[in-house]
Design a protein. Structure first.
Length: 256
């Protein structure tokens, strides 16, 4: 359903809300290098990479103003807490300034909130000790609203920097054997915004591929968007007259 809104934005502001995703499991080293160059070209917020790509990202992005975001426990969150802590610490020591970690979804669904709390706390303390920030990935496709609300409040209490909707790879198996995936949705983003504290930001990931979808997410209070459609979004913005002087844009599209 389309919803008309007015939002003031500049091209640089759009770019600095993007975590350019280089996370597909089939990506070759050559494709990752090309993606890093794209991140540098468009001056996005971060290049979001798998842990083994952090050193090459540091080499390519040095002095570019583009930060490095590394994922840990990705994409299913099933590693032990100790392994996640080691993975996070290794990534920040290698040059990552931001860490996106996946919660243990089974523990969330089972209501083992002590485990979930202790894990997030341990990883957050580790990365912040090294001057980095943590984004906690919920994988909303697997969760009910009560789980999302509880995670938002938990992350607020732990002073996590960001909560994040999805990995982009949280495929839900249907009874017929097929898989479905939604990623960031309007109801979930509104729910997250309503339940995080004022110091916790929201990252939307999964399914945002157009400028109108991007702007609508921004209107909901999202401050970072993970996507691989970086060039498409920024080129569409430039084509619609958005430049580095803030302009009011009157149309944005609500997504599912």
């Amino acid at each position: 359903m389309a919803t008309n809104i007015a939002i003031t934005v500049s091209l640089a502001q759009v770019a600095k809300m993007i975590d350019h995703s280089l996370l597909h499991p089939t990506m070759t080293d050559r494709e990752i290098l090309a993606g890093l160059e794209m991140a540098k070209k468009y001056k996005v917020a971060t290049a979001c990479v798998k842990p083994y790509s952090v050193p090459v990202a540091k080499n390519v992005l040095e002095s570019s103003g583009v930060l490095i975001c590394a994922v840990i426990g990705f994409p299913h969150g099933n590693s032990t807490t100790d392994i996640k802590v080691i993975e996070a610490e290794d990534a920040v020591k290698a040059g990552a300034q931001e860490i996106d970690m996946v919660v243990n979804v089974g523990k969330v669904l089972g209501g083992d909130w002590e485990y979930v709390t202790n894990e997030i706390r341990a990883i957050n303390e580790t990365v912040t000790r090294h001057g980095a920030i943590l984004k906690v990935i919920f994988e909303n496709d697997f969760l009910q609203e009560e789980h999302i609300v509880h995670l938002c409040k938990l992350c607020t209490a732990l002073s996590v920097a960001f909560v994040k909707t999805s990995t982009g790879y949280g495929f839900v198996k249907l009874p017929n054997g097929l898989y479905t995936y939604k990623g960031a949705t309007t109801p979930h983003l509104k729910l997250m915004k309503a339940n995080v504290g004022p110091n916790v930001q929201i990252k939307a990931a999964g399914g945002i591929r157009t400028l109108d979808e991007f702007l609508y997410a921004m209107s909901l209070g999202v401050t970072r968007i993970g996507c691989s459609s970086t060039a498409t979004i920024l080129e569409e913005a430039a084509g619609r007259g958005i430049d580095n002087t803030p302009k009011k844009i009157r149309k944005a599209e609500e997504f599912i």
